[in-house]
Design a protein around this ligand. Sequence first.
Ligand SMILES: [Mg+2]
Length: 220
Amino acid sequence: MPEPTPVLPDVLDQIRALPASGNKLIICDVDEVILHLIRHLEDYLNDRDLMFLQYEYRLTGNIGRAADRGVLSADEVRRHLLAFFDEISHAQDLVDGADRALGALSDTWDIVLLTNLPGSHNKPAREKLLASLGIPFPVVTNSGPKGGAVAALAANRSGPVVFIDDSPTNHSSVQASLPSSVQIQFIADQRFLAAIEPETHIDLLTGDWQETAAYIRSIL
Ligand SMILES: [Mg+2]
């Protein structure tokens, strides 16, 4: 179990700029939760004769050449991810039902989108795309594990806090920083979803927005 991580100063600035509220809160990731990521990344890789080596939740060590399955270095993976996000941030597909589920939940919950988006210059493209898809909620961009940012977002609220994210690393970080949160591990890609062994701090493992919304509505 990781130690609680502090919130980064520039992330805290974004959080302090949000309207003050004591309402119950949903903190929702974007990639692979609201917008598809894996399917776009797979297309990007295939176009370059690259592939996922396993349907496993890591990128470094898990992207290889299709011809010989030779593993790309951490530096090559980082370079590809930056190029990929520059190419795709304005054009990712909506995960089915995310707009309707979040729209309905926003009647009674505050919703903040917390996203790790490589390249801060991609934030306006992401905000514009989300708004055009009917997802008009505030976007906070983070880097690294999300626990510190989640604890800062939850500060001064008394109601429940729900954290929705695909990444096991982010869920471990949130468990360390805000163990009282309700943790939903949402993975849109069925192959990666099926390969996950959920940890004990995960309250719901799903790839379905109807199930997610019903589960959140059942929280008192
Ligand atoms: Mg994600």
